[in-house]
Design a protein around this ligand. Structure first.
Ligand code: DAH
Length: 341
């Protein structure tokens, strides 16, 4: 019996030593010290011992029980410590490591100018409206006094979506003028920024998709003077109080009279240089007094009301604002370029 006890002691202690989890330890405790455990079942056989042997074996059994209990306890402490250490190692946080930089995006230069122009007009009491990019040719041309056969409807200039050519990608935001006038009675004071499309080859100053902001004012007694004052205010807000503008006669089918507006070259102050292609002036936009036929077509009486309209290229304004020489840079989405603004 003594040797059986010794055997239990040796096997249990070495098993405890090589246990790696608290669960393993608990299983060993049950195996050796539990009610049906190895040590218990030996003690149950003590009845068969002689009265001299009994206290000796009893004492030995108790000693072994204590040894096993101590071993279990010590090993449990070691396992917990090891678990704690590995957890600490895994969760180490080095607060001295520099943080990862989060790149906060910024506005595209086009969006900056778009928003600036919009803000200036909102400040003058205008409402912003949106129009569809896929447009009825009626709205893009016919109702703007540009009937079928007019050169502005040339296949070369326009993307048509149907064989009948009654639906197109709008070539100008002027289509929104018609949409607004058909559904609103004067006084009208709106701008409409948006994308437009033309069959242009891509180069430094052309793109088949670009941006315009349209403006329209219709009320009683609106004159060319109001148009000039409004556009001068816009240009001074964008380019500074010293900007010099020039209103030059032009032709658009939907305005009478029509004009183009230039600003004196900021680089050479009118003397002529590379920026203005030796002209001294830089073209900014088209404008004019809304043609009476256009008003009438939208149900507005031209004998009572008059109005002005204008269309500005946002891409051009942006290029001038940030001194960008090539339009393509605005659409290539090269972050090295865009991050500069
Ligand atoms: N739609 C013209 C263009 O795309 C610009 C323009 C000229 C708009 C005269 C107007 C206007 O509203 O009255 O070139």
């Amino acid at each position: 019996m003594k040797s059986m006890l010794e055997e239990i002691k040796n096997t249990s202690l070495s098993a405890i030593d090589s246990a790696y989890t608290l669960n393993d330890l608990e299983a060993l405790r049950v195996k050796y010290l539990g009610k049906k455990g190895d040590l218990t079942s030996i003690l149950k056989q003590m009845g068969g011992l002689s009265p001299e042997e009994r206290p000796v074996i009893g004492q030995l059994a108790n000693e072994i029980r204590t040894r096993i209990e101590d071993a279990l306890e010590n090993r449990a402490v070691e396992i917990k410590q090891a678990q704690l250490e590995s957890k600490l190692r895994e969760e180490t946080l080095d607060v001295t490591i520099p943080g990862k930089k989060i790149f906060v995006g910024k506005k595209h230069p086009l969006a900056t100018v778009w928003d600036e122009v919009t803000d200036i007009f909102i400040g003058m009491g205008y409402t912003v409206v949106e129009g569809p990019e896929v447009e009825l040719s009626d709205y893009c041309f016919t109702k703007l006094n540009t009937p079928p056969g007019h050169p502005a409807r040339d296949r070369q200039d326009t993307f048509y979506l149907t064989e009948e050519e009654d639906i197109c990608l709008r070539t100008q935001t002027s289509s929104v003028q018609i949409r607004v006038m058909e559904h609103t009675s004067p006084p009208i004071r709106i701008i409409s920024p948006g994308r437009v499309y033309r069959k242009d080859e891509v180069d430094a100053t052309h793109s088949p998709m670009f941006h315009q902001v349209e403006g329209l004012v219709v009320d009683k007694g609106i004159t060319m003077g109001d148009l000039k004052g409004t556009l001068n205010t816009l240009m001074q807000s964008l380019y500074g109080k010293d900007v010099i503008t020039r209103f030059r006669p032009h032709h658009f089918p939907y305005t009478e009279p029509s004009c183009e507006v230039d600003m004196q070259c900021f680089e050479c102050k009118g003397a002529g240089c590379r920026v203005c292609k030796e002209e001294g002036w830089i073209e900014l936009l088209g404008a004019g007094m809304v043609h009476p036929k256009v008003l009438e077509g939208c149900g507005i009486d031209p004998d009572i009301y008059s109005g002005f309209a204008f269309g500005i290229g946002i891409d051009r304004l942006t290029m001038r604002r940030f001194n960008i020489r090539d339009l393509r840079l605005l659409f290539e989405n090269d972050m090295r370029f865009l991050r500069q603004f």
